[in-house]
Ligand binder design. Sequence first.
Ligand code: ITT
Length: 185
Amino acid sequence: MKTKIFFVTTNHNKYLEACSIFRNSDFLIIHKEDKYHEIQSNDLEPIVRYGLKTLSSKGIYPIMIEDSGLFIKNLNGFPGPYSSYIFNTLGNSGLLKLMKKIDDRQAVFKSVLGYSTSSSSIKIFEGCVSGKITTRQVGKSGFGFDPIFIPDGYTETFSQMNIETKNSLSHRGKSIYLLKNCLEI
Ligand code: ITT
């Protein structure tokens, strides 16, 4: 029988990416479509630690949450931890407009994953991927900033890749694989 891991996220695509990574394993990812309180911080890790702390009152274990953001070099790391808000307000077209006159389009996607088996046991896993912001949206799959992000060494956006290829390169793929490796030791 597989061991269940509850993934608390409002983002169905994150859940699908995690399922793909754990597909042939002894673990089963269960989607818990819940919100948790996200504190304001310039770093992702305190947001994740606080989120797990607030969720501990529900007593759902083992549990994982993940916070991610796009850090654009020429915008001093903006939108970073505010990525969700910026995506929901400006969207990709607004962000591309904001970057119209910017030549240096380097950016980093970061992911911090928190995994907890009790209120006193929290493990943190991090992943990041460097790449470039495109000048127009390309591709149909994925979500969020996928149509405007090309990982370094590639010519396609995340939106043009299938879920397995994206997972093998992406910030979240890396943090989830670290969790998987840790659980399989
Ligand atoms: P949670 O409920 O898990 O918090 P969320 O969608 O609000 O879901 P985040 O705050 O972690 O997730 O993500 C911030 C935003 O960054 C997210 O809404 C996307 O727009 C964007 N983002 C994060 N990871 C991405 C990825 O792999 N590809 C494209 N955009 C991504």
